[in-house]
Ligand binder design. Structure first.
Ligand code: EPU
Length: 339
């Protein structure tokens, strides 16, 4: 039997440090627990929300429903061949514990994704990514349960319709599934991906190029740029990097010759939202209890007593300002929960 808690503080369950309550809260340790909870939400017609590490959401009000917290654990080897090892991790495994595990086993693929907060179950939802790698590059299949009929599913990498910070779980299957585990296909040997920013330079400072030095270099880069949620609540990048047309890019470049960019294809270009926000003068600025991080303008931080509404308001002001200055509509990367 699952143990439902009532009127539970969500403070320990969101890295932004927003102090709201959930009417009901339940941890699920097994697939049977998940099925039992699905029966409950159907019988009681309960609004529900599945959360992982709470590192990519901001609550703007108390949650008047059931928070489902999958805690399925375990990391195991599914199979291997000469070149690859397939590793399955439970949805509740802490993402960085999985990365540490694979690096210790000398398996390649996840090392650039070191130190990303959150749980394995959330990794396919928004296709987490950093330093030139995305989760989709290693995900073989995603296992889970459909909420409408309690059936298990296995979706292949192709089925998941992965894209930049996007997947089928944010579209057609939004709020319709609970991920139970993810299987990653990792290489016994590969060429490293060290082309992003100063990654190679930072690895070389640590000595030879190997998995553990890459992991340590990435951890140091992240620590130098991104705020520690224990000190200042935050949800990492608050906005997605916008993808704009070449015509708009050329127009902005005319006034801002240093505009950085990453080509997508012949027609579209990705622009770092952090650059737009910094150039618009927001870096280090605050509104009440919410600030734009002074080392990475893409990150909003909680100065201590922020409410979700404060965060939402500053995000809106920034979106409007960037629209006015650059004709670019920023889109939140973080999920805002509530009205
Ligand atoms: N930049 C600025 N000012 C800033 C921040 C960035 O000008 O304050 C410009 C610089 O030109 C810099 C470029 O933006 O070279 C890229 O900055 P950074 O390497 O910090 O990456 P990002 O594009 O801002 C993305 C991800 C991060 C990920 C990094 C590294 C998104 C929404 N964010 O940020 O992901 O760690 O790349 O790969 O794509 C997250 O999703 O929570 C997250 C932290």
């Amino acid at each position: 039997m699952v143990d439902i808690q009532y009127n539970t503080s969500l403070l320990p369950y969101n890295t932004f440090g927003i102090d709201v309550k959930a009417a009901q809260f339940v941890s699920c340790l097994t697939i049977d627990d998940i099925k039992e909870v699905i029966t409950l939400i159907h019988d009681q017609n309960l609004p529900y929300l599945v959360i992982g590490g709470g590192s990519n959401l901001v609550f703007t009000q108390d949650f008047d429903g059931l928070i489902i917290y999958p805690k399925l654990d375990g990391i195991s080897t599914v199979k291997q061949d000469q070149q690859h090892v397939w590793i399955e991790a439970g949805a509740g495994v802490v993402w960085d514990d999985l990365v540490a595990y694979t690096v210790n086993k000398n398996l390649h693929g996840l090392e650039n994704l070191s130190y990303i907060p959150g749980h394995v179950g959330a990794s396919p939802i928004q296709n987490i990514g950093a330093y030139g790698i995305e989760a989709k590059d290693s995900i073989e299949v995603v296992n889970g349960i459909y909420i409408d009929n309690k059936q298990s599913f296995t979706l292949t990498n192709d089925d998941c319709e992965f894209d930049y910070r996007n997947s089928i779980f944010k579209n057609k299957l939004k709020n319709k599934t609970i991920v139970t585990s993810v299987i990653f296909k990792l290489a016994k040997k590969t060429t490293f991906n060290l082309s992003y920013g100063n990654v190679l330079e930072e690895v070389e400072k640590l000595g030879e190029i190997n998995l553990s030095n890459i992991r340590n270099a990435i951890i140091e880069i992240r620590k130098s740029k991104l705020p520690n949620p224990e000190v200042n609540g935050n949800a990492g990048s608050f906005f997605k990097n916008p993808i704009i047309t070449k015509a708009l890019y050329t127009k902005i470049l005319h006034n801002y010759p240093t505009l950085p960019s990453y080509p997508i294809d012949d027609h579209f270009i990705k622009i770092p939202a952090g650059w737009l926000i910094e150039t618009a003068g927001w870096k280090g600025q605050s509104r009440g209890q919410v600030a734009v991080h002074d080392k990475q303008a893409l990150v909003l931080i909680n100065k201590g007593l922020a409410t979700g509404k404060d965060v939402f308001q500053l995000a809106q002001v920034i979106i409007t300002d960037i629209k006015n200055k650059f004709e670019i509509e920023l889109e939140a990367e973080v999920n805002m929960i509530g009205s």
